[in-house]
Design a protein around this ligand. Structure first.
Ligand code: IMP
Ligand code: MG
Length: 197
């Protein structure tokens, strides 16, 4: 209920678009706290270097980082793989590199969603070449049905069905990232026609 209102109030929905809540803000936070504990348990006493993928992974990073006890640092990288619609172009391009070296560090890649796996496959190859001490992957959402590349995450928040989701960092053409929950976006016929053009 509160979520349906937030979607209506927050920003005007695009023509014909509707959002149905899939994971509430409360459930997201509870699960993220559990993941944070698990990560710390796997690397007790180590400094963890969280590398988040802009922009979608940032909400997950900030909540995760605040729940991991001990020493944590972070950095950001940006890639682009999606155009203005809900279909991946299949091309991954580095648009912003990390600020500092990851050599010898315990690196946790923090990503919003694992879909086809093309983005993470690209990033893991890139990071592996830079000789981190450990390299792990944490994803908030996993959509295993759409996987093309054989990548897997070490820490998974929620496994979700093959639906296009928005909120909590995830966008549709840069919109809806600010929703505090994750919802399924449905495009009306008018919006679908526009995005196909
Ligand atoms: P992959 O390379 O196909 O695994 O896609 C990863 C990226 O695609 C994510 O970081 C998101 O930016 C985007 N993405 C994949 N599925 C969704 C979705 O359902 N909603 C919003 N963005 C998505
Ligand atoms: Mg992303």
């Amino acid at each position: 209920m509160a979520e349906a209102i937030a979607a209506k109030k927050g920003s005007k929905l695009g023509q014909g678009e509707s959002i149905r809540s899939l994971i509430s803000a409360g459930r997201l936070l509870k699960r993220i706290r559990a993941l944070a504990k698990e990560i710390r348990r796997d690397f007790p006493g180590e400094r963890l270097h969280l590398v988040s993928v802009l922009k979608g992974g940032v909400f997950f990073l900030t909540d995760l980082a605040r729940s991991i006890p001990g020493e944590v640092s972070f950095d950001f990288i940006a890639v682009s793989s999606y155009g203005q619609n809900t279909h991946s172009s299949g091309q991954v391009r580095l648009t912003r590199d990390l600020d500092s070296s990851i050599e010898g560090r315990t690196v946790i890649v923090v990503e919003d969603i694992l879909d086809t796996g093309m983005t993470l496959q690209y990033l893991l190859r890139l990071f592996q070449q830079r000789k981190p001490k450990h390299l792990r992957v944490a994803v908030l959402l996993d959509k295993p049905e759409r996987r093309i590349s054989a990548v897997r995450a070490d820490y998974i928040g929620f496994t979700i069905p093959n639906e296009f989701v928005v909120g909590y960092g995830l966008d549709y053409a840069e919109r809806y990232r600010n929703l505090p929950y994750v919802g399924i976006l449905t495009l009306g016929t008018a919006a679908k026609r526009e995005s196909a053009e």
